[in-house]
Write a protein that binds this ligand. Structure first.
Ligand code: PLP
Length: 404
């Protein structure tokens, strides 16, 4: 077994398909909001596995639940009933608008499910070639259908032919949706993030989200909200759509739901609820007892530890802290977001800032070339948030002082 960081990185270079550009250290363990590499260096994890580790690392309660579930029953497939799946579906419906849940393993799969619901819904209404409105800068996944729905040419390039049936419009633009509606009688649904993550932390206006609800009602479309990144408490409410006071027909979830154990869900209500019939869709692993136990433990801990309030309060503390610490610094364009989904936009590409942040003991992510994205665990404490602000503001100043 290789043990040094160099050996592990070399081994990986030989045997793992090289789809990621990773920094030169190996992470070994984590605790709370911190992770440690094989050399014992500590990093404050401001990425949380890309909005996944809601309860941070090595949460003792979650670890105990997983150990107990693993020693009882861990996989049987969807041919049989199991209690954790039924209980997690109940909890998700009670926390949202919804009546029914389909479980899968990832965000892309949850969106595939939503896309299939929309198409079947269209066919059931006599639309032969159903189309779904999707947004510029959207991110819905990397399977072929979700990549086609995604609004990133960079991610799509080379994988053509893309899946047809998507009509793309600019984000947060009511007029564009109305125009698309007039031009295309095949539209049956809108798929949208109310807060775009990968696209650069863009928050849709409340009026726009309410408008989408209205036009979907007028035209009998499904309003399908991708909450894969923004859901499960990250914005300070269970789901980001709740800030607009509307009810969608479908939401998709993954990331934070299992706090690191892979799980996805497509949650449906109203017009969307009765679309699938037995045999319409399925998954071998989706909704397994281990993943659903992780989901239940995550949601219970979020209630007990009041993590929605924490996300709202600490998120505001980080945003205001960064605004104060970077006030008047040339090259800082905007600090924005909701709860613990935060973007710091710079005036120029800042991929290299990731390295400077690492030297300062911070894991950060840069998306849309110029946006530092912060998605720390929902358990982050105020003292850790202050540490984050101090270290990041210093790294940003240093980076901006370094020129292009
Ligand atoms: N939808 C959104 C909004 C996302 O941010 C992502 C991933 O970043 C996905 C879908 C895809 O999720 P996954 O990587 O679990 O397939």
């Amino acid at each position: 077994m290789p043990s040094s960081a160099e050996d592990i990185i070399e081994l990986e270079g030989h045997y793992v398909l090289q789809t990621y550009a990773r920094p030169g250290f190996v992470l070994e363990r984590g605790e709370g909001c911190w992770v440690y590499d094989t050399e014992g260096r500590a990093y404050l994890n401001c990425v949380a596995g890309i909005a996944v580790n809601a309860l941070g690392h090595a949460d003792p309660g979650l670890a105990a639940v997983l150990a107990q579930q693993a020693s009882r029953l861990w996989h049987v497939s969807n041919l049989y009933h199991t209690a954790p799946q039924a209980r997690l579906a109940q909890k998700l419906c009670e926390s949202s608008f919804a009546d029914r849940v389909f479980f899968c393993n990832s965000g892309a799969e949850a969106n595939e499910c939503a896309i299939k619901i929309a198409r079947l819904y269209g066919h059931q209404r006599g639309v032969e070639n159903p189309a779904i409105i999707v947004m510029e800068k959207a991110w819905h996944g990397r399977t072929l259908a979700t990549l086609s729905a995604t609004g990133s040419r960079k991610a799509q390039a080379g994988f053509e032919p893309l899946v047809p049936g998507f009509v793309r419009v600019p984000y947060d633009d009511e007029h564009a949706v109305r125009q698309a509606a007039e031009a295309n009688p095949n539209i049956v649904a809108v798929l949208v993030e109310v807060l775009q993550g990968e696209g650069g932390i863009h928050v849709a206006s409340t009026e726009y989200v309410r408008f989408l609800r209205r036009i979907c009602d007028e035209r009998q479309w499904l309003l399908m909200i991708d909450e894969v990144q923004s859901g499960i408490g990250r914005t300070g409410k269970w789901f980001a759509y709740q800030h607009a006071g509307i009810q969608p027909d479908v939401i998709t979830l993954a990331k934070g739901l299992g706090s690191g154990v892979p799980i996805g869900a497509c949650v449906a209500a109203g017009r969307a609820r009765g679309v699938f019939k037995p045999g319409s869709h399925g998954s071998t692993f989706g909704g397994g007892p281990l993943a659903c136990a992780a989901g239940l433990a995550t949601l219970a801990a979020m209630d007990e530890e009041r993590l929605l309030d924490n996300a709202a309060r600490v998120g505001e503390l980080i945003r205001s802290g960064l605004r104060d610490a970077l006030a008047g610094v040339a090259g800082v364009v905007e600090i924005r977001g909701m709860g613990l989904m935060i973007g710091l936009e710079l005036a120029r590409p800042c991929g290299d800032l990731v390295k400077q942040a690492l030297e300062a003991g911070l894991l950060i992510n840069v998306t849309a070339d110029r946006v530092v994205r912060l998605l720390p665990p929902l358990v982050i404490k105020e003292a850790e948030a202050r540490e984050l602000v101090t270290r990041l503001a210093a790294a940003v100043r240093q980076f901006l002082a370094g020129g292009a």
